[in-house]
Design a protein around this ligand. Structure first.
Ligand SMILES: Cc1cc2nc3c(=O)[nH]c(=O)nc-3n(C[C@H](O)[C@H](O)[C@H](O)COP(=O)(O)OP(=O)(O)OC[C@H]3O[C@@H](n4cnc5c(N)ncnc54)[C@H](O)[C@@H]3O)c2cc1C
Length: 467
């Protein structure tokens, strides 16, 4: 006799675990099925371990400039073993923290993979890798995504690594090729180049992080080049060959790139690793199709996070999960309630590189396409007092507003603490702020945030310090 559960959440990443906690707060029982550890890619192999390494590279960069700050004779000898151990300790602290919350809230976790899902008399039948069966009324698919490969170039986790493989390396390569200049590839390129690894980025498209505003993306590439990273744009990796202990990448421009190891970062592919036994789950390019409430085409089956291919970020997965919890609560309490759909354009996007990039809303090109005439405000960190005091004058804040009603529709930041600063853009855009609204806000001095204020003022040519 199978175990009966109300809601089965398959996958304990930020999407799945947050859905479970929110349901628990609502008094609705849910069971999480997780084949590895709670936290998913985000806590174990993505956001968190990379940011632990980003902190080390930030520190190394600052120490290398210690003389500028009047600190002389500072040793910057690096010990990758310690850097690696610190990264693992950060992950452990966060993952065990989530496990503690689950124990405290008594949320059951089945530490196994779900291998199949089929119809049952009262809902759905889940079978796990140990052949245990569970019957659930509702199912939330939250199995995330994995690294994509290029045709004919397989990830072997020895010479050609996934991001997870790279994070498991306890020894640094001397030369690293990053195949794909998107967010993940550029973050690793930035980290490893600061750790004195020779880094090459090979990108098929004409620019790095092509989803970002073109102006930002171009300034970014210049900064990476200045930091010593070799960038090969408009170039495809066509084949990979092993030469003794080296790796030879055959590039579409006819040249060979010889490195020790390569990171495959050409995108993510959905983890649809469950046998749906006759359930006709609708997908598009492998990603699960959902409506505004994250409902799939199958009754009482939801999908969230990377699996839906909406915007592959941890906070998208969390937001979708909380939406599902709310939707299920209303369904159980009786009757559907109209919930406000998630506006994916207004989800902030951050790239934790040096320099850091963060954005929200429309890029300049998208805004022009959608609204025709637009207002653009811009303010450089080189004219911001705090940035000068920090010797962090690279970059700028760019704001975009509609020209008809001055409503803010985009914010793009390149420079120090961009990812922290963009929260202000998130708030302003979510509240429907207009260029004039800056008059009702006082920004503390001296702060990097003043660059946001002056960029907003510049939408109406009213920036005080812009020359
Ligand atoms: C290197 C890297 C850096 C990143 N940095 C950032 C960042 O800085 N900011 C950001 O917002 N996003 C970042 N991301 C993206 C972020 O990690 C993902 O968007 C997020 O983890 C997606 O959450 P999820 O819940 O959809 O799935 P996941 O986090 O992928 O979790 C899915 C879980 O499901 C489990 N699972 C899969 N199949 C089964 C099964 N059949 N049965 C049981 N369990 C199963 C997996 O073990 C996994 O734990 C990064 C990603 C990578 C790879």
């Amino acid at each position: 006799m199978e175990n009966k559960i109300k809601i089965a959440i398959i996958g304990g990443g930020p999407g799945g675990y947050e859905t479970a906690i929110r349901l628990n707060q609502y008094g609705i029982p849910a069971t999480v099925f997780e084949k590895e550890r709670l936290g998913g890619v985000c806590l174990n192999w993505g956001c968190i371990p990379t940011k632990a390494l980003v902190k080390t590279s930030e520190l190394l960069r600052e120490l290398s400039e210690a003389d500028t700050y009047g600190i002389a004779e500072y040793s910057r000898t690096q010990d990758y073993n310690k850097i690696f151990e610190r990264k693992n300790a950060v992950v452990e602290q966060l993952v065990s923290g989530i496990e503690f919350i689950f124990r405290k809230r008594k949320i059951p976790v089945v530490n196994e993979a779900v291998v199949s899902l089929s119809r049952s008399s009262e809902g759905y039948l889940l079978t796990t890798s140990s052949k245990e069966t569970y019957e659930a009324e509702y199912v939330v698919l939250a199995t995330g995504s994995g690294s994509k490969e290029l045709p004919g170039i397989k990830i072997d986790e020895k010479y050609i690594l996934s991001s997870t493989g790279l994070l498991k390396l306890s020894q640094l390569p001397k030369r690293l090729a990053v195949i794909g200049g998107g967010v993940i590839g550029c973050e690793f390129a930035s980290i490893f180049s600061t750790l004195s690894v020779e880094v090459h980025i090979v990108e098929f498209l004409p620019r790095l992080i092509s989803t970002e505003d073109e102006e930002i993306s171009k300034r970014f590439a210049l900064a990476l080049k200045k930091a010593g990273i070799a960038i090969h744009l408009n170039t495809a990796v066509e084949a990979a060959e092993r030469l003794d202990n080296e790796l030879c990448l055959k590039l579409s421009n006819g040249s060979d790139l010889i490195v020790d190891q390569a990171l495959m970062s050409v995108g993510r592919t959905p983890n649809l690793n469950i046998d749906f036994s006759g359930l006709d789950l609708a997908t598009e390019r492998g990603f699960v199709l959902v409506n505004d409430n994250m409902q799939t085409n199958l009754p009482k089956i939801y999908a969230i996070g990377d699996l839906t291919g909406k915007m592959l970020l941890a906070h998208t997965a969390s937001k979708q999960g909380l939406h599902v919890a709310e939707h299920v609560k209303h369904a159980i309490e009786g009757g559907e309630h109209a919930l406000e759909p998630i506006n994916y354009t207004n989800i902030p996007r951050c790239t934790f590189t040096f320099p850091e990039i963060a954005s929200i809303g429309l890029t300049e090109a998208q805004a022009k396409e959608q609204y025709g005439e637009i207002l653009i405000g811009k303010f450089p960190f080189a004219a911001n007092g705090k940035a000068i005091a920090m010797s962090s004058t690279f970059g700028f804040v760019k704001t975009i507003a509609r020209s008809d009603n001055h409503q803010l529709i985009g914010m793009h930041i390149i420079g120090a603490q961009a990812a922290e600063l963009i929260a202000q853009g998130s708030i302003l855009i979510a509240l429907g702020a207009k260029a004039e609204d800056v008059e009702h806000i006082v920004f503390a001095h001296p702060t990097l945030s003043e660059a946001i204020m002056e960029s907003l003022e510049d939408l109406r040519d009213l920036s005080i310090h812009k020359t």
